[in-house]
Design a protein around this ligand. Structure first.
Ligand SMILES: CC(C)(COP(=O)(O)OP(=O)(O)OC[C@H]1O[C@@H](n2cnc3c(N)ncnc32)[C@H](O)[C@@H]1OP(=O)(O)O)[C@@H](O)C(=O)NCCC(=O)NCCS
Length: 189
């Protein structure tokens, strides 16, 4: 595994880059303050921009660690940071990552998260050299499962009441892609 960290990635409509402290306002306004966005997430909705500032003051120093992968999603259209895509768990022994992502409601339904996830997976498989990239969603949040499928992950199964989020205990629906399979299938970026 190559610990190359959160490098800048570009897609048709997005710039994926490390967060900077000045992103706090966009983070708060565009997604972290919205209970509809955090409905199926594990962290509480931010009650003020100070909470977003605090979160970023925890994240930003971690970019010095090449095993830290956490991208701000910047819209090319308006220059705002509209969401976040990150490795939430990394296993070096199996070269495997679990992903998490969220984005402001105004940007839903345009295929932006699949676009981001595909670019991040290409980087994690191609540059970092991971073997497996996985993600799970609450069974009551199937639109996240669509993101996984569009990015080329395959369904693996359901872990009953294995997760806990802002709705309480939840069934986790898992998807994953393996490097060989994903590269062979040639997911269009
Ligand atoms: C889940 C999420 C990342 C989807 O990203 P996205 O860029 O909107 O993804 P897509 O545009 O590919 O849409 C995915 C599905 O969302 C649903 N959807 C589309 N437009 C929608 C809208 N305006 N409002 C709600 N859902 C919508 C559809 O079911 C769609 O699937 P389809 O393309 O087969 O019709 C985004 O909704 C989000 O950030 N949600 C809140 C945080 C979250 O749940 N994160 C995942 C935790 S596991």
């Amino acid at each position: 595994m190559n610990k190359t960290g959160t490098q800048r990635l570009e897609t048709e409509r997005l710039i994926l880059r490390p967060f900077v402290p000045a992103d706090a306002e966009d983070m708060y306004r565009n997604w972290a303050s919205d209970p509809e966005v955090t409905k199926f997430l594990t962290w509480p909705t931010h009650r003020s921009v100070d909470i977003s500032r605090m979160v970023l003051s925890d994240w930003v120093p971690q970019y010095g660690d090449g095993g830290y992968f956490n991208w701000a999603m910047e819209s090319r259209e308006n220059g705002q940071v509209i969401g976040n895509i990150a490795v939430v768990k990394l296993r070096e022994d199996t070269a495997a990552a679990d992903m998490g992502y969220c984005m402001g409601r105004a940007y839903w339904g345009k295929g932006l998260m699949p676009e981001a996830l595909k670019a991040v997976m290409a980087y994690l498989f191609g540059t970092v050299g991971l073997n497996r990239v996985a993600a799970c969603h609450d069974a009551n949040n199937p639109k996240s499962g669509r993101v996984m499928e569009k990015a080329g992950m395959k369904p693996e199964g359901v872990l009953r009441q294995a997760g806990k989020n802002n709705q309480g205990l939840c069934d986790e629906v898992w998807h994953a892609a393996l490097r060989d399979e994903w590269e062979k299938e040639g997911v269009a970026l």
